[in-house]
Design a protein around this ligand. Structure first.
Ligand SMILES: Nc1ncnc2c1ncn2[C@@H]1O[C@H](COP(=O)(O)OP(=O)(O)OP(=O)(O)O)[C@@H](O)[C@H]1O
Length: 288
């Protein structure tokens, strides 16, 4: 698997009233490509076709991303597929090393993602135990947390069955319950609510509100602009790895939804205008 280039940053430091600060973050990957035109010369292309060697190309996943977040903020992150949203969360959780720039957080951010590592042949309750221990709870705290997690997951006897028998919605309930069992101060959520049903969605929204009431900070990646509008106070729009908007969740989500809608409907000129306007408003804000 291709690796991001760069050095590991120390993440947890005292930050006063900030809970996360991200400065000039850059992540780029070197990946093998099967696109022959990635080789500049004809000779190189010929050698490649004879040797089967693949050229490496650079993918800029994040470029110069900077922002500060205060305790109690709920920050939505929007952007098309491949715009850098998951990369940003992984770097903030300390799971990936940036090429340059830094992330600092007042406590270790906990990442809740659709692909969070659960062990398929262990039961729900065993995964909860493992997850809680991995996130730093003591064995006693873990046992104490289990009844609340079981109630929250609300999947009946399936809690004692192997995870590999779970539907994607059931697995997503379990992941959410594990990540919130430790009552993290900083919770990063990557599209994890997408597979839950309406009843679970409303319970998880209540749980996130509780985290924020306790001055916790939340980041939520979602393609649904409405979810961002309903659940966040602020939103960041990433486009091709660059930040192009940072403002109230209402304003950013509305612009993003309109732009995505224009693109889907083939209104390319209107979409380009809106994008240009968004970028120039953001650039002016940065200069203030
Ligand atoms: N491990 C990796 N190796 C190489 N390239 C990667 C890797 N992870 C991500 N990328 C590339 O970085 C860019 C950003 O990817 P990322 O997953 O952060 O986007 P995203 O906005 O979360 O997308 P989606 O909405 O589809 O989940 C993409 O071009 C992707 O191909």
């Amino acid at each position: 698997m291709p690796e991001a280039e760069g050095k590991k940053t120390g993440i947890v430091v005292p930050l006063g009233d900030l809970s996360v600060t991200v400065k000039n973050l850059r992540v780029r990957y070197k990946v093998p490509s099967t696109d022959a035109s990635a080789y500049k010369s004809r000779t190189a292309r010929l050698v490649r076709s004879l040797s089967g060697h693949k050229p490496k190309v650079i993918v800029n996943a994040l470029t110069n991303v900077s922002f500060d977040v205060r305790a109690g903020e709920a920050v939505g992150i929007v952007g098309l597929n491949g715009s850098g949203k998951s990369t940003l969360l992984r770097v903030m959780a300390g799971l990936e090393t940036p090429t340059s720039g830094e992330v600092k957080a007042s406590t270790l951010p906990i990442l809740l993602g659709v692909s969070a590592a659960l062990v398929p042949n262990l039961s729900g309750i065993e995964n909860v135990r493992l997850g809680c221990l991995a996130m730093g709870l003591s064995p006693e705290e873990t046992e104490k947390a289990i009844p609340e997690v079981k109630d929250f997951v609300d999947i009946g006897d399936a809690f004692y069955l192997p995870m590999e028998t779970y539907s994607s919605g059931m697995a997503s309930r379990l992941r959410f319950a594990i990540a919130t069992a430790t009552k993290p101060d900083i919770l990063l959520i990557d599209e994890a609510l997408a597979t839950g049903d309406a009843a679970f969605k409303s319970r998880s929204e209540e749980k996130m509100a509780e985290i924020r009431r306790n001055a916790g900070t939340m980041f939520l990646v979602s393609h649904a602009a409405q979810t961002i509008e309903e659940m966040c106070t602020r939103a960041i729009w990433l486009h091709k790895g660059k930040m192009i908007a940072d403002g109230s969740a209402y304003d950013v989500a509305r612009s993003y939804r309109k732009w995505a809608w224009d693109i889907a409907k083939g209104k390319t000129e209107e979409a380009a205008k809106l994008l240009q306007q968004t970028i120039s408003d953001f650039t002016l804000d940065q200069l203030d």
